[in-house]
Design a protein around this ligand. Sequence first.
Ligand SMILES: *Cc1c(COP(=O)(O)O)cnc(C)c1O
Length: 417
Amino acid sequence: MKEKNTSYHYPKHPEEIKFPIYPGQLSGISRLHAAKSLFTATKSRLAEKLEKRYEKGVVLTSSGSAALVLALTYSGAGPGKEVILSSFNCPNVIDAVLQCGATPVFAQLEFDLSLSVSDARKKATRHTCAIILTHVYGRSENPEIIDWARANGIYIIDDAAQAMFTKQAGVYAGGLGDFGILSFGPSKPLASIGGGALIATKDFLCQQDRLPMEQRRQVIADYKHYMKNQRMQALMKRKHPQPILYVMKKTGLVPSMKVSKLEVLPQSPSVVSVLRMHPSREAIIEYQMSKIDQLIKASAKNIETARERFEQEETTYGVQMIQPKEGECLNYLTIVFPQEEERYACSVYLAEKGIQTCWNYLPLDLIPIYQTYATQADENPLWKRVLSLPFKPPLTEEQTRQIAETVLKYAEHQNKN
Ligand SMILES: *Cc1c(COP(=O)(O)O)cnc(C)c1O
């Protein structure tokens, strides 16, 4: 095994983080509106609006993971059953499978990050009850798998936690399978204080028991936590590190950016409560939904700016950007290096210039608690070479261009040596 530092770490000493990877998309939130929602909201039209968007029924849940546990339960996931998913994935997804008592089975991704139809077919057995599609980075999935699963009595769970604004053949991701999942967590396309949704046919949902509701105080706690992070990021964006930031770090109020992925590996699968969303949370998310178009447009413009820049130099340096196909709305601006070591070196270079990057993901089969589900052939060829760059508003096109330029400067350096 390679030295730990270079295999999995975020840059070791990012001196000053100017552009956090998840900047304040909650700019879509008004504090006044949020405060009112938190204490007085008793109903919202969020479910109704989402039902219109998907032309299906919607149950709003306390989190995306809760919606996933529900979808899995409805698909028959339990002891003795198997669920197929990609290992290049968010731990929440495998945790939901484990929470149901089913066995996770990893299938490969294609180079375009869609789940491999041929590998999923190979991994399916008579115990397989569901396949989870995760639209990695916001990309589309291969529709062939849906037809195949249907013909073989396997449920498709269309997990659009990362792809809420991606459209495939005229349908928003989340609406493609038997069950769909949305998440309103802070790192997701509609970055909010958390929450989720389950999408399924109205007839089906009508027959199910109503879930118990989460407590208002949980929503208030999530809102406070979100706002604390927002303030932290605002501090970090300043040109000179603030003395106060140092004090906050000392007292543990700011998460240290020096923490490595290895140090924060989960020690046990997380278990979530499966609850109905509180109207306060609904009201906050509904308000953001009404403002989101502008943010989506600005994000797409920034992606386009980066695309132009990276495309010009692709043949010179071999650094490729994962570019959106028709209808895709990317949740990450991700570049692929020709060599594995470059990801680490480039993220350190960028950190020194105040640009935080993110390595998503560490394949689940390499995380010790999930290793028992690994099979030898499951090596994902991309994961050691991908690096995500910040691009979402409030970053401007100019700043996105600068970030792209900084990556290219690194590549130029690299080529000279
Ligand atoms: C984040 C995520 C989830 C879980 O959503 P939460 O709202 O954080 O519980 C599920 N699936 C995928 C693909 C995700 O990225």
